[in-house]
Design a protein around this ligand. Structure first.
Ligand code: SF4
Length: 271
């Protein structure tokens, strides 16, 4: 019988430890909704009804389609053609407008054009194959969805993450990409960076030494174990949801996707 292993990912790390400066938005109960109650119809609907995520996904698909059809870079109607491939006219007006701007930006500043692309994700491929990590006597699956990998002229692998909107950069995500690269391409040097498709701004390059990568691998082991334990507790005592996943009512509720179904929600708390 296949043994079920704990898992970790950047997304899970975010749900345990918010980035610096966003601590007041943290709530463990959000992790509970997102990770253990995600199949409940009401929770599922709230998780799917997410405009920023939709924009991010279509922006990523747009970049992918441009590189699938490189002739679009030199066509005057390239943006419209890609919008048609994406069936953008079927999206909400806000989504259409934002994605169209992103496509125009990319048409004018095709960051990856002439780069040696090793991998470019469409964004809707589902979960990637996990990396099996063994740290000490613990084994767990590590998931990392990489948007793009290209090769620099000196053969260094460059892992690129696309951002949209005002997404803050979390260097931890860059380190986790480098951890992934150290498993997938152990012989090659790697760097990571972020590229904002709305603003056409590129982050600084992130590099990591072996000690930093080891520290992140250990961190992943710890959260994989913690999450495994809290899932077990919840499945044994479902009525104890709020004991296992502690609510943090307050400012966090204003921006929480679950505020309409969470009995601890308080709204209109000013920052
Ligand atoms: S509504 Fe508030 S208490 Fe409830 S899960 Fe969201 S942030 Fe936590």
């Amino acid at each position: 019988m296949k043994k079920f292993l704990p898992f970790a990912s950047y997304n899970l790390l975010l749900l345990f430890q918010p980035p610096v400066g966003r601590e007041h938005f943290h709530c463990d109960m959000k992790r509970g909704f997102t990770k253990v109650r995600k199949e409940e119809p009401k929770v599922k609907a709230l998780l799917e009804d997410n405009t920023p995520q939709r924009i991010g996904l279509l922006a990523q698909k747009g970049v992918y389609e441009f590189h699938e059809h490189p002739e679009m870079f030199s066509r005057k109607d390239g943006v419209e053609q890609i919008a048609e491939i994406l069936q953008l006219n079927q999206e909400l007006a806000e989504v259409q407008q934002r994605v169209l701007n992103i496509l125009k930006n990319y048409h004018q500043h095709p960051f990856l054009l002439n780069k040696k692309i090793i991998q470019l994700s469409r964004g809707d491929e589902g979960f990637s194959e996990p990396i099996l990590m063994e740290i000490g006597d613990s084994k767990f699956n590590f998931y990392a969805a990489i948007d793009c990998i290209f090769q620099e002229s000196d053969d260094t692998l460059h892992i690129l993450d696309f951002k949209t909107g005002k997404s803050d950069i979390d260097r931890r995500q860059g380190y986790l990409y480098l951890l992934t690269a150290s498993y997938l391409y152990p012989q090659q040097k790697a760097v990571a960076s972020f590229y904002n498709l709305d603003t056409c701004e590129h982050s600084e390059l992130i590099r990591a030494d072996a000690y930093t990568l080891e520290a992140f691998a250990i961190e992943m082991k710890i959260i994989a174990k913690k999450h495994q334990e809290e899932k077990k507790s919840y499945y044994y005592y479902r009525q104890e949801f709020s004991t296992v996943f502690r609510p943090n009512p307050g400012i966090a509720c204003n921006y929480c996707p679950f505020k309409t179904i969470c009995k601890f929600s308080v709204s209109e708390v000013s920052v």
